[in-house]
Write a protein that binds this ligand. Structure first.
Ligand SMILES: NC(=O)c1ccc[n+]([C@@H]2O[C@H](COP(=O)([O-])OP(=O)(O)OC[C@H]3O[C@@H](n4cnc5c(N)ncnc54)[C@H](OP(=O)(O)O)[C@@H]3O)[C@@H](O)[C@H]2O)c1
Length: 321
């Protein structure tokens, strides 16, 4: 048997329960990973609350999409040389909070020897969203960038990649001065409050805005784009924008601004793999910082979710079996 954590009841973290499952057997095209680290993602919280029940997520769901560990078995058609190799693995929209996880072989990537499993699950998904979110925005060196919701795993990677990519300025929104200082250490040049207040010396306008938040303040940030500026929404931790957002966008017609959403699901598996391997290598060399908020035992998944709910997480919480 293996230990897993399931959402037995939608709602608060107390609905999470440690259960025993039979050891899963990899089907054709799949591998079994002996898990060393599990990334706790924002979407796990959304599923736990039951907000995605309409999309097929039912009570009893095993959370988690990102794990790292060692391949212990492979299914039909999978090269047996994978067995014994340390990998990062995407398990899908669930199946990650477990001691041994199943993943499709095309969704695993070998870990460099100098990258820990904990660091891999901190970087694996968020780094891809940051990289391709910036390229979706056609970010170019010298441009000014604003990262909204920068204290999460996606924002932290976006700040670093924008700074490394030669941004002229990297402004961030965050809820505290202490977080602002930590983001400055990662490459931010200007720190604003959640509603865009403060940061008196910050640029008056931005060429690129990468937005993890959306929500009611989305139009006021869109209005901060420079002429020909591009805003890319990669997350919606603040909820949906107001219904009149479209009207406000049209009112700024003469500034030729662009609004887009971006999902990593639209990037080919080959492109994701290439960039993820480059980022793992860069993190192994110390050129990209993985920010781990805390490492907790798998059995304490509910505590991890309490911390997520309380908004006290800077970076990534990682569970270890
Ligand atoms: N595009 C994709 O392919 C993709 C892939 C995976 C996940 N996602 C999405 O990305 C999001 C999660 O990203 P993440 O883990 O980096 O984010 P996160 O850690 O959940 O949140 C990022 C930061 O936003 C700030 N924030 C939270 N609630 C806010 C609110 N109501 N108003 C303003 N600021 C708020 C918080 O920082 P402060 O307290 O410092 O302000 C928080 O640390 C989810 O929406 C998920 O669905 C997208």
């Amino acid at each position: 048997m293996v230990k897993a954590v399931a959402v037995q009841t939608f709602g608060g973290p107390e609905g999470l329960e440690v259960i025993d499952l039979p050891v899963p057997a990899p089907a054709g095209g799949q591998v079994l990973v002996g898990v060393e680290a599990i990334g706790v993602g924002g979407v796990d919280v959304v599923i736990r609350r039951g907000a995605l029940a309409a999309y097929g997520f039912a009570e009893g769901h095993i959370l988690g999409g990102e794990v790292a560990g060692t391949v212990t078995a492979v299914g039909d058609g999978v090269d047996t040389s994978w067995v014994g190799r340390r990998v990062w693995a995407f398990t899908g929209t669930g199946g990650g909070y477990v001691e041994q996880a199943i993943a499709p072989v095309e969704e695993i990537l070998p870990l460099p020897a100098n990258l820990s499993a904990v660091d891999a699950v901190t970087l694996g998904s968020s780094g891809i969203v940051a990289h391709f979110g910036l390229s979706h925005a056609h970010f170019a060196p010298g441009e000014s960038v604003l990262v909204r919701g920068a204290a999460g795993s996606i924002g932290i990677m976006t700040v670093q990649l924008a700074a490394r990519g030669g941004a002229g300025a990297v402004a961030v929104t965050t809820s505290s001065a202490e977080r602002g200082d930590r983001l400055r250490a990662l490459g931010a040049t200007h720190v604003l409050g959640r509603a865009g207040e403060g940061g008196e010396d910050a640029p008056a306008g931005y060429d690129v805005i990468i937005d993890v938040v959306a929500g009611a303040d989305l139009p006021s940030f869109f209005a901060r784009l420079n002429p020909n500026g591009r805003m890319v929404v990669v997350g919606a931790v603040g909820g949906q924008p107001p219904a009149d957002f479209g009207t406000k966008m049209m009112a700024a017609f003469q500034k030729s601004m662009s609004f887009a959403t971006f999902s990593a699901a639209t990037v080919t598996e080959a492109d994701r793999r290439t960039v993820r391997a480059e980022q793992f290598a860069a993190a192994g060399r110390g050129e990209l910082e993985t920010v781990v908020h805390e490492v907790l035992p798998l059995e304490h998944a509910a505590l991890a979710h309490q911390k997520m709910d309380a908004g006290e997480v800077f970076g990534r919480i990682v569970l270890t079996p």
